[in-house]
Design a protein around this ligand. Structure first.
Ligand SMILES: *[C@@H]1O[C@H](CO)[C@@H](O)[C@H](O)[C@H]1NC(C)=O
Ligand SMILES: *[C@@H]1O[C@H](CO)[C@@H](O)[C@H](O)[C@H]1NC(C)=O
Ligand SMILES: *[C@@H]1O[C@H](CO)[C@@H](O)[C@H](O)[C@H]1NC(C)=O
Ligand SMILES: *[C@@H]1O[C@H](CO)[C@@H](O)[C@H](O)[C@H]1NC(C)=O
Ligand SMILES: *[C@@H]1O[C@H](CO)[C@@H](O)[C@H](O)[C@H]1NC(C)=O
Length: 426
């Protein structure tokens, strides 16, 4: 199985169980648990139906009863803290009613990370660089082994490689790292690109992007590496440009990037998923922090941002088509998606700032985009121990793993904690 910010995924029940602590023989014993919940919230009144299947041997799934008021205690505490009259909050800031699942804490990541990246190759999750603090950036990779549930195998990234906001994808062996921000605070980007051979842990350089970008959507699709959008050189202006280059076995087959059809809406931090003849670009934002003019350390200062949930799809006609948007605006999700059973699952992210407190609001839901019907569902609600997690690094071994708070809000600490959850929406 291959998972990445990009990358083609194949996912079978066999891999799910195989990964569940190596418990397996060839026979799967799965417990199907069905539940149907009716519920209403202040902003809407609707009926939700959901089904979850869980392997009870994993002993990690806890499904809470939504009608039990004690389950919502922490949500109430959180709301009171913000002291905002309920009527002011629209749907974007309300928790979407969905089943609440308990997360289990895992071995903590070796270092806290913000705006780093991850790819999964088989049973290994590679987590790249990112900020340690706003004044310090990592330049190494940590590797999580899903089989023995440990971190190890740390190795360095090339000196010239970006440290955060990478465009990143894998073909299942090679990891392509394209452009991104070089250095801490709100320093400038580099157009440089590199390829990692995960079998030898050797890096090679790769043709640089025509111009640098922050956090562009990056994916291999039909033999070509595509790089789409991101923020332009000033870190704030959304880029709509789209380039591609033919790749094979970690090598570019062409000398230069080819200009492709620009995406209707630009910006960084989007999920980018290739499924057969379709390429999906999901969520993201326009605008980002910028360096304070004249600041010798390129100190970050907040600028206007618009988070959106738009979904764009490219097919063989090479024309962008707009599909139904996510249930909420959602950004910072480039490494927090997995493909399961013909659905794209997106965990967490950041949504619009709170309209009154102006604080960054993290997304607690798991959203599922059904690739057959092109409809969104919120089958799962992450339980509140995840309130400070925006779900940056997601891997899958039958469980979904997410790590690190990954928020840019200075009020919310950047923790290096790891969480996992088991089960699968139907
Ligand atoms: C959920 O909780 C409510 C209230 O505590 C209880 O009446 C109901 O039977 C519970 N439902 C299930 C499926 O456990
Ligand atoms: C909710 O608020 C956000 C941010 O102000 C806005 O973008 C969105 O359109 C609003 N949604 C509705 C349904 O009013
Ligand atoms: C992952 O853990 C398993 C089980 O301990 C071990 O056999 C395997 O070699 C590990 N993989 C790597 C790359 O360390
Ligand atoms: C989340 O962050 C807030 C603000 O720092 C902190 O008070 C709270 O304890 C954190 N919650 C969790 C579950 O870590
Ligand atoms: C996969 O999706 C199909 C169609 O939605 C559904 O019938 C099936 O039960 C799902 N399988 C699992 C394992 O969730």
């Amino acid at each position: 199985m291959v998972r990445s910010c990009t990358g083609k995924h194949t996912f079978t029940k066999a891999t799910v169980v195989a990964a569940l602590g190596g418990l397996v023989g060839a026979v799967l014993v799965l417990d199907f648990l069905w539940a149907s919940v009716s519920s209403s919230s202040s902003s809407s009144s609707s009926t939700y139906s959901y089904t979850i299947w869980a392997n009870h041997r994993s002993r990690l799934v806890v499904i809470s009863n939504l009608t039990d008021p004690s389950q919502n205690k922490r949500a109430d505490v959180k709301e009171k803290k913000q002291r905002v009259p309920e009527g002011l909050l629209n749907y974007t800031f309300a928790d979407i009613v969905a089943p609440r699942l308990e997360w289990e804490e895992m071995a903590p990541a070796p270092v806290p990370r913000l705006d780093g990246s991850s790819v999964q190759i088989k049973n290994l999750l590679y987590v790249f660089s990112g900020y340690g603090t706003i004044d310090y950036v990592h330049s190494h990779v940590d590797v999580y082994n899903f089989t023995d549930k440990t971190w190890g195998g740390r190795f360095d990234t090339p000196k010239e490689m970006a440290h955060s906001h990478l465009g990143i994808t894998t073909d299942g062996r090679y990891v392509y790292v394209i452009s991104g921000q070089y250095g801490p605070q709100c320093r400038g980007p580099t157009a440089r690109a590199f390829v990692l051979d995960t079998q030898t842990k050797k890096w090679q350089s790769f043709p640089p992007l025509p111009v640098p970008r922050y956090a562009p959507a990056t994916q291999i699709w039909k033999g070509r590496l595509h790089v789409i959008g991101g923020s332009k050189e000033n870190r704030h202006t959304p880029g709509k440009d789209h380039w591609s280059i033919a790749v094979k076995n970690g090598k570019a087959l062409e000398k230069k990037w080819r200009t492709e059809v620009s995406i209707p809406r630009g910006g960084p931090h989007r999920a980018c998923v290739a499924v057969e003849n379709q390429l999906y670009v999901i969520g993201g934002q326009e605008g980002d922090f910028m360096p304070k003019p004249g600041s010798p350390i390129f100190k970050c200062s907040r600028r206007h941002e618009v988070v959106y949930g738009d979904v764009y799809m490219l097919d063989e006609k090479m024309k962008w088509k707009e599909l139904p948007p996510m249930p909420k605006p959602d950004s910072h999700i480039e490494c927090s998606w997995v493909l399961v059973n013909n659905s794209i699952i997106i965990v967490g992210g950041t949504t619009e700032k709170h309209p009154v407190t102006k604080r960054m609001i993290l997304v607690g839901e798991l959203f599922r985009f059904d690739l057959r019907s092109h409809k969104w569902y919120s089958d799962w609600k992450a339980s509140l121990p995840c309130e400070n997690y925006s779900g940056r690094f997601l891997g899958m071994d039958g469980c979904i793993l997410r790590l690190d708070s990954g928020t840019e809000d200075p009020i919310i600490p950047n923790q290096g904690r790891s969480l996992e959850i088991c089960g699968e929406p139907s």
